[in-house]
Design a protein around this ligand. Sequence first.
Ligand SMILES: [Zn+2]
Length: 297
Amino acid sequence: MRELVVLGTSSHLPTRARNHNGYLLLWDGDGYLFDPGEGTQRQMTFAGISASKITHICLTHVHGDHSYGLPGVISRLAADGVEHTVQLHYPESGEAFVRALVGVSAPLSTLQLVPHGSAGQIASHLSVAPLRHRVETFGYRLTEPDDRTFLPAKLSAAGISGSDVGKLRREGSLNGVDLDDVSVPRSGQSFAFIMDTAPCPGAEDLADGTDMLVSECTFADEESDLARDYLHMTAGQAGDLAHRARARHLVLTHFSSRYADTARLVAQAQARAPHSRVTAANDLDRFAMPRRRTTAV
Ligand SMILES: [Zn+2]
């Protein structure tokens, strides 16, 4: 199953309707928890998600609305007796802050601290790129490589089975049979998480060609001065990002508490990204990954 579970959607100040940030991406057997703000542990209970689903915790930066939930989540993992490794990813400049939060958590022997300081791959299929905010910030991207789907009837007609299938995949042809004869391309899926940034090249790199793009949308276009001063994005800028990236589903979040209704922000983003599906996230929403593209890109 590949699904985004939204745990919280407010920026700086939570509201009656919006908890601080928190997003759990369920991706096959892994669970990527992004930016756990205050209350994330309880929001997971409301969402009916066990903490044991978490295999990676990814902090974009060490502002409190993206990280104060960390001690609660780690303590819950310990209380639940989670035995698998949980990797904690964060910008290395936030080391002292992160160690302080981990230090007040219940001990979790399987927790691995995995800081990063530059763009690149940090775990299997997981990469980061720098964003542009008031403290060092990195966005995340999960990329499944393109692959082939083998057609069983054609494989057996060609007399290929067992380990020869892997050999054909690696070598492209085997005993006069081409890979194209017995398989079709399968597009890998991709997901990006862009939080707390002004528009910047790193955001563009992460968002490029994604199936699902979660983007901060702190302000409406009318508040572009505030967005510029605090290094955030407006709805229109989030739409621009999705449009240039050809992102299929843009999920807007991290709203200023001034917006009780986000319809205007969705309209502003959608106007700039006419080919993308645009949605405003609400707490406890679930978004399935879009169906695979029919051919590899
Ligand atoms: Zn924030």
